[in-house]
Design a binder for this molecule. Structure first.
Ligand code: IMP
Length: 416
């Protein structure tokens, strides 16, 4: 079967590239929006008609009343976080009925003890800590591959679930309250739990367009990222198939979202990081604070080495360049094109974080445009040097930039 109608959106840096806005925009032409990895460590901010929605778990398409959404089994699901997010959105007038929001039956659950394990491990690592979101993501994935996870479909058999929960009475402070919550979920969430592979494949047969919504970013991928300073899932584009049950051919058009500069939350090497006034400026103008943890994001120049590698491994068809307007005031703009360390020049990500740490960066310097691009919706209205920056990125990656985001609002976007 051909699936030319599907689109996969992923971030090409360390997350926070502005995927939520792109997903929201492209959701207009999709029938179903599906998440395929990560959990409530993600934070997507959407601004729709002046209202700001902050989502951690529910697919961004949920704010569009005529769309279906789903969580694929590649996600790890915290039922308490889901309940809370559903309640907040319902209070804001968004309907989250089972026909509009589905959960794959084979999705692994994040249990309260995973959060405790996550936070304890981080404390134990001291200054080598990963800087996780502390939400139990890693330990939940460990239990999945350890073949001992609770899965969403387990909510469908109350008796069996009750019996299994009994084995965990020493893992939570208030076991009675925990069991009560789990029994409530069996009632409230069961209608949402489906064999998602089947629902999706039926949809494909009927010509439905799926938009796969990535979370985190490519350099947080557990295999290809800046290991061990990564998340515990595969964030790359092909995970859209692996994490949902559609075949590899269903990934469709792959749109890579890249911020015009780089940010990172959490620990780990970041060669183009700016510890100076320019870094402060990017953080302040770009409102670079984590949606999930409120942490200040580290800011730096665009890393062309990483971007090129991300485009290759993910088979990126087109780029969405976000937050271009944040660069408006800068007289010059740098892009990393190589790293050097101990006499070695790298034009790719070194395998070991120790080699990646403390590299000196070879930059190419481009002229800034020092005029306002904020809110522009017309490519021709961009200053010549902004167009030159975009053309430079296209030359560097060999991939066309088809969207340019010039502000947080749905409309503040240039389409080419
Ligand atoms: P974890 O996913 O909570 O295990 O955290 C692992 C690493 O991924 C940490 O550096 C986090 O800051 C980072 N991380 C996880 N989710 C996101 C995200 O949505 N945006 C940016 N960084 C993230």
């Amino acid at each position: 079967m051909q699936h030319p109608q599907n689109t996969t959106i992923i971030g090409l840096q360390w997350g926070d590239e502005g995927k939520g806005k792109m997903v929201d925009r492209l959701a207009e032409n999709a029938d179903m929006i599906v998440r395929f990895q990560g959990g409530h460590n993600a934070g997507h901010t959407l601004v729709v008609e002046g209202i700001t929605y902050k989502l951690n778990l529910l697919p961004s398409g949920i704010v569009r009343p005529d769309k279906k959404t789903a969580l694929g089994h590649g996600v790890v699901l915290d039922l308490w976080a889901l309940e809370k997010e559903m309640a907040t959105l319902s209070a804001a007038g968004i309907s989250i009925t089972p026909d509009r929001f589905m959960i794959a039956e084979n999705t692994s659950l994040i249990m309260p003890w995973h959060r405790v394990q996550d936070q304890n491990r981080e404390r134990g690592l001291g200054d080598k800590k990963i800087g996780t979101t502390g939400r139990g993501i890693g330990p939940a994935y460990e239990d999945r591959v350890g073949r001992r996870a609770f899965r969403a479909g387990d909510l469908l058999d109350q008796q069996d679930l009750k019996a299994r929960l009994g084995e965990f009475s020493d893992q939570v402070d208030d076991f009675a309250a925990f069991c009560e919550d789990m029994m409530r979920f069996t009632k409230t969430l069961s209608p949402h739990i489906v064999p998602l592979w089947h629902v999706l494949s039926e949809g494909q047969r009927n010509g439905e367009k799926v938009l796969f919504e990535g979370a985190q970013g490519f350099y947080l991928d557990v295999d290809f990222g800046t290991y061990p300073f990564v998340t515990s899932s595969n964030t790359l584009a092909s995970q859209a198939a692996t994490g949902t049950g559609l075949p590899a051919s269903a990934v469709g058009h792959v749109l890579g979202v890249v911020k015009a500069y780089t940010t990172r939350v959490g620990s780990g090497p970041f060669p183009t990081e700016l510890g100076d006034a320019t870094g402060e400026h990017l953080g302040a103008k770009g409102h670079e604070f984590g949606t999930v943890t409120g942490r200040k994001r580290r800011c730096g120049w665009l890393d062309g080495v990483l971007l090129k590698q991300a485009c290759t491994i993910n088979g990126i068809h087109a780029l969405a360049l976000t937050k271009l307007d944040v660069l408006d005031e800068l007289p010059t703009i740098n892009v990393a094109v190589a790293y050097q360390k101990a006499g070695v020049t790298y034009t790719h990500l070194p395998l070991h974080w120790r080699d990646f740490s403390g590299v000196s960066v070879v930059y190419e310097t481009l002229p800034g445009w020092q005029s306002v691009t904020e809110g522009l919706q017309d490519y021709d209205a961009l200053p010549a040097n902004a167009k030159a920056y975009i053309a430079y990125i296209e030359r560097l990656t060999g991939v066309p930039v088809t969207y340019i985001s010039t502000g947080p609002g749905r409309e503040e976007t240039i389409v080419r």
